[in-house]
Structure formats: structure tokens, C-alpha cells
Design a protein around this ligand. Structure first.
Ligand SMILES: *Cc1c(COP(=O)(O)O)cnc(C)c1O
Length: 235
């Protein structure tokens, strides 16, 4: 059921009080109505995440101008113009094809788009995501200089949807290792460009309503929480 404004504010402050410095909360507002987003905004929340282009672009103009938006869902290349003008970060780059299209859009629009690469974790709930090999090739491969209009900020992943905490930890551990491995490799590149890329590589987006506390142990810098703030979604 949709939470009222008071419980949304309470949920937010309960979560925030447990977040260490340097970890940002993305309020995942998909399927929730504007009054619920506004209640979160009134409680101080500025960063929201949406996963469907149409819904995203419809909500943006209905919220105050200083609302910050991350896109966190599967993005088809014919929907870029609904998302890229408004998202400060696209967290869910899940294919090379999409990455190329975003880079091209950025070039055509004189923009550099901040992105996270989505690592395919957890077998069952999504087939979206890049493999570790693909991610390494993109950010450390020889063609890295070809990406002129995307900025690689880090990794995003969704752990297996399970009550088995060991399995969730395995997933978080895998993505966390990859994140730090890439950071180390970028830092070792002996050029100003390498230093610049290493300095940008700061974000690890893991953890949702059921597992964000565990994600903190694995170095999450962004957690994406919907249900625990706004209540259950009605599809
Ligand atoms: C819906 C969604 C979330 C939030 O899920 P909750 O379990 O409601 O917190 C986080 N990340 C992504 C990518 C999502 O699609």
C-alpha cells in the first residue's frame, strides 16, 4: 500500500541515520505517484531513481527544479531523448550497443553523459547487464579513447533476489572486487588521462530495500531503495 507523507518521512530518516558519510540514497520512485515523491522531497530527499523512460520524462517537470534524477532501468536506444537531457547519471548501461548510442547522443548534443556500467549479477530476475570481460574491455581496453562523450563513474549491480544471505554476499563481493580492480588498474595508467579516469571512477551502486545494509559492508556509495521508503508498488 502507498505510504502516507508522514511514514515516507519516517522511513527516509530511519535509512539516512544508518548511512555512513559518502553514501547517497537514491529514492526509487517508480510506479509511485507525484504526491509521494513530493513528500520525500519535503523531507529533504533530492535524489530520485526511475526505471521507465516514459514515466521518468513525465515526472521530471512535475517536481521542483533542484530534484536530481538517476535513470536505473533498461534503456532502449530509441528512448534516449526522454532520459539523457534530465538524468545526472545513467546507472544502467547494460550493453555495448546502448553505450555506443549514448556516446553518439552526447557528441550530437555537446554533452558528456555520466554512466555506470551494469554488471550482470544474479541469474534469475534480469537478463540485462554486461559481463566482467565486457566491462574490462570497455574501461581498460585499447579503444578507451574512442569514448569521448560518456564518463565512466563506476558500476551498478542487482544481487540475486533471494533470502540466502550468503548468495547476496557472493554477488556483492564479486562486483566490489571488480570495482576496486578497475580503480587500481586506472590508477596505474601513467598519463594525465589515466589519472583523470581513475579520479572519476568513484561510484558503486549496490543495495536495494532488502539488502542495502549488507551492501554497505561491500563499499556501496549509492543505494537504491524503493519499497522501504514508499511502500509496495502496485503494478
Ligand atoms: C526497483 C529497483 C530498485 C528498488 O527496489 P526495492 O526493492 O523496491 O527497494 C533498485 N534498483 C533497481 C535497478 C530497480 O529497478
Amino acid at each position: 500500500m502507498e505510504q502516507n507523507g508522514h511514514s515516507i518521512a519516517l522511513n527516509l530518516s530511519a535509512i539516512r541515520s544508518q548511512l555512513p558519510d559518502g553514501v547517497r540514497l537514491v529514492a526509487v520512485s517508480k510506479f509511485h505517484p507525484i504526491p509521494s515523491l513530493q513528500a520525500a522531497y519535503d523531507a529533504g530527499q533530492r535524489l530520485f531513481g526511475e526505471n521507465r523512460p516514459q514515466e521518468f520524462s513525465a515526472k521530471v517537470p512535475q517536481m521542483p527544479a533542484d530534484t536530481e534524477w538517476h535513470f536505473i532501468g533498461h534503456l532502449q536506444t530509441n528512448k534516449l531523448k526522454l532520459v539523457l537531457p534530465y538524468a545526472s547519471l545513467v546507472q544502467s548501461v547494460d550493453s555495448l550497443h546502448l553505450l555506443e548510442a549514448i556516446d553518439r547522443w552526447g557528441r550530437d548534443n555537446q554533452r558528456v553523459i555520466d554512466v555506470l556500467l551494469e554488471l550482470h549479477l544474479g541469474a534469475e530476475q534480469t537478463k540485462h547487464g554486461l559481463t566482467e570481460e565486457e566491462i574490462l574491455q570497455i574501461v581498460l581496453g585499447e579503444t578507451i579513447s574512442a569514448w569521448t562523450s560518456v564518463r565512466f563513474k563506476g558500476l551498478m549491480g542487482m544481487a540475486t533476489n533471494t533470502d540466502n544471505e550468503a548468495r547476496i554476499r557472493e554477488d556483492f563481493s564479486r562486483i566490489s572486487h571488480l570495482f576496486h580492480h578497475i580503480r587500481t588498474q586506472l590508477e596505474a595508467i601513467p598519463s594525465p588521462e589515466g589519472r583523470e579516469r581513475a579520479a572519476c571512477w568513484t561510484e558503486l551502486s549496490i543495495g536495494m530495500s532488502g539488502d542495502w545494509r549488507i551492501a554497505l559492508e561491500y563499499g556501496a556509495t549509492l543505494i537504491r531503495v524503493g519499497t522501504a521508503i514508499f511502500g509496495e508498488r502496485e503494478y
